[in-house]
Design a protein. Structure first.
Length: 610
């Protein structure tokens, strides 16, 4: 559930439900999707949430895919363990664990102030419940021991979970009782920022029994509930500095909660915090927060250019662009070419004598196809110039998925019995260019960084803008499938018959080869729409990052040729049925709103190039 779906679609109604119900609904739904075949791939498709390999680390001998995890308070029943790993979460806290389970009041959410009030004392899990939760999660787990347990009881729990967990969090009192115990697991002492016992921690760290400190931000208490203070992030920074100055400069520091924006995680990471467990901020900022933090950490890295494959990708896009321009010229002049006339067995003049609207109808399909090819060419060129050239994994996938679908679309051309040899020649000329591009870019594994640091208004608007472009790409692709199917089956829709003023039977009686040519145009146009729709969809899913001006420019410049050609030709030939053009009008509205809403976010940093 990336931010573009969470904030506009799900968060408004989820925050109206009791926290327990909304939490369990999300966890069980995501867990169900993750469990089915291809479910994790589908979640990955929607947001590329998995952390880049560049962020892999090892903390106290435990390997972590990234430093971002979640607090146990976000999953008191343990049902979210199966879904967290699909959302870019690579370490979870489990617990508090006790020898006997206990229930507690449900958390209270104040959505206006963006606060979650957790009950105190907190609900605990038994050893067996904790073990089951750990088994459902695919990454490292830090088990927190209930602070009501004595040191001896904590030792028993650690021994019982030693096969499942590598790390444990214990209270200061438990740490003093266990400072001489034989424990070969990572032990972190749990502290709250404004109650930090620096002298006692320093004494414990000198025993080499403990690996570090898990620190929570300052809390606000209200009878039997507590929540983070408004300056939670600042209290963490202050506490981390105190630990480094007065306790140890080398001990591991883990923070729990206090992070609502990428910049807060970035500051703590720069201070030397090894792991960051998200809490309230994960709920209100959204499940895209781990990805945004990871990309901010990558923003300072150097991205190496590689023009070898990008040149062939650029040539591929240019070939489609120029072919679209040539097709546009023909659609505005001759409409049908000599080899079309040879196949039909009639000249364009003879067709015009029977019904001049037939040529106009064919022109509208061919002009729409030409505009779509021009738009597709621009999108491929931009992906090559700004994505393939830096070996970006997401750009590589978007480019090749759309290109392969475009090549497969040629089979739709012959679905009704007519193969356009010029299309076939173009396909054969384009194929070696694409194969060369594919071979040179198939090892594209680079991940993009991002300059996004906070939850500013431009980011909030961009969630809506991204949703609209995802919707736009999906609708274009679906529309292409529908048109392609119509071209290979019925060929005409009712409004087509109304415009032509002739029935398919009449056209068939005039010339049995006329409908196959028209069908070829329709199916070809549908295949091109599928390819371009997928391009827009994947660019919108994976390319939206603050300051990526080229993404906005690509959408702004790439879409108009298809829209203008598709709509203008209808008005030129007089085919202006509102019902027929309604889908196109809707797409234009979605497109314009998407551009407006995403402009402040994508154009936040001036770009030199288009």
């Amino acid at each position: 559930m990336p931010d573009w779906s969470y904030h506009p679609l799900f968060k408004p109604w989820l925050t109206k439900l009791p926290p327990g119900i909304s939490r369990e609904f999300i966890y069980r739904s995501m867990g169900c999707i993750s469990s089915i075949r291809g479910g994790r791939s589908f979640i990955e498709l929607l947001g590329h949430l998995d952390p880049p390999t560049e962020l892999n680390s090892t903390v106290d001998g435990v390997p972590y895919a990234s430093s971002i995890g979640v607090s146990a308070r976000l999953d008191p029943k343990g049902t979210g363990a199966k879904s967290f790993s699909s959302l870019g979460i690579n370490v979870i806290e489990a617990g508090p664990v006790s020898l006997t389970s206990s229930s507690a009041k449900e958390s209270i959410m104040n959505k206006d102030r963006e606060e979650i009030w957790f009950p105190f004392p907190e609900p605990t899990k038994t050893v067996e419940e904790c073990r089951n939760q750990i088994k459902r999660f695919s990454g490292p787990v830090i088990v927190t021991i209930d602070e009501q347990m004595t040191g001896e009881e904590a030792h028993i729990i650690i021994n019982k979970l030693s096969d499942e967990a590598d790390s444990f969090s214990i209270s200061l009192e438990q740490a003093f009782e266990l400072r001489t115990a034989a424990i070969d697991k990572n032990l972190y002492i749990h502290q709250i920022a404004d109650c930090l016992k620096a002298d006692q921690l320093s004494s414990l760290m000198s025993s080499n029994q403990f690996n570090g400190v898990m620190i929570e931000p300052t809390k606000v208490w209200d009878e039997e509930y507590f929540t983070e203070s408004r300056d939670a992030a600042k209290s963490l920074v202050k506490a981390v500095r105190m630990i480094q100055e007065k306790v140890s400069q080398t001990c591991t520091v883990i923070t729990k909660g206090g992070i609502r924006e990428p910049i807060e995680a970035h500051e703590l990471h720069q201070l030397g915090v090894s792991l960051l467990l998200l809490e309230e901020g994960y709920v209100f900022t959204g499940p895209g927060l781990p990805k945004r933090i990871n990309e901010l950490w990558l923003s300072d890295g150097f991205t190496e250019r590689d023009d070898s494959g990008a040149r062939w990708g650029l040539l591929f896009g240019l070939a489609i662009l120029f072919a679209g321009i040539i097709a546009l010229v023909f659609s505005m002049t001759r409409v049908i070419l000599p080899y079309d006339e040879a196949f039909i067995g009639m000249s364009r003049d003879q067709i015009a004598v029977f019904n001049p609207r037939i040529l106009a109808f064919m022109a509208h399909d061919r002009m729409a196809l030409a505009g779509t090819m021009i738009s597709g060419g621009i999108l491929y060129i931009q992906l090559a110039r700004h994505g393939l050239v830096y070996r970006m994994r997401w750009a590589n996938r978007a480019f090749h998925v759309a290109a392969i679908l475009g090549f497969l679309g040629i089979f739709a051309f012959i679905g009704y019995g007519y193969f356009d040899w010029l299309h076939g020649v173009f396909w054969l000329l384009l194929l070696p260019i694409y194969i060369k591009c594919f071979r040179l870019t198939k090892r594209s594994y680079a991940h993009p960084g991002s300059i996004n640091r906070s939850n500013h208004s431009a980011w909030q608007k961009a969630n809506w803008g991204q949703l609209l472009f995802v919707l736009l790409g999906s609708l274009i692709a679906i529309g292409g499938v529908v048109i392609m199917f119509i071209g290979m089956t019925h060929v005409f829709v009712p409004t087509d018959i109304t415009f032509l003023c002739v029935t398919p039977d009449m056209l068939q009686s005039l010339n049995e080869r006329l409908i196959p040519v028209i069908a070829h145009d329709r199916a070809g146009f549908g295949g091109a729409l599928v390819s371009v729709g997928v391009l827009v969809l994947l660019l919108s899913l994976w390319g939206f990052r603050e300051g990526e001006s080229w993404v906005w420019n690509t959408l702004a410049v790439g879409a108009p040729p298809a829209f203008v050609a598709g709509l203008a030709t209808h008005f030129v030939i007089g085919y202006t049925s509102f019902y027929h053009l309604l889908p196109a009008y809707l797409l234009v509205v979605i497109y314009v709103l998407g551009l407006v809403l995403s402009y402040p976010y994508l154009k936040r940093r001036q770009s030199v190039n288009l």
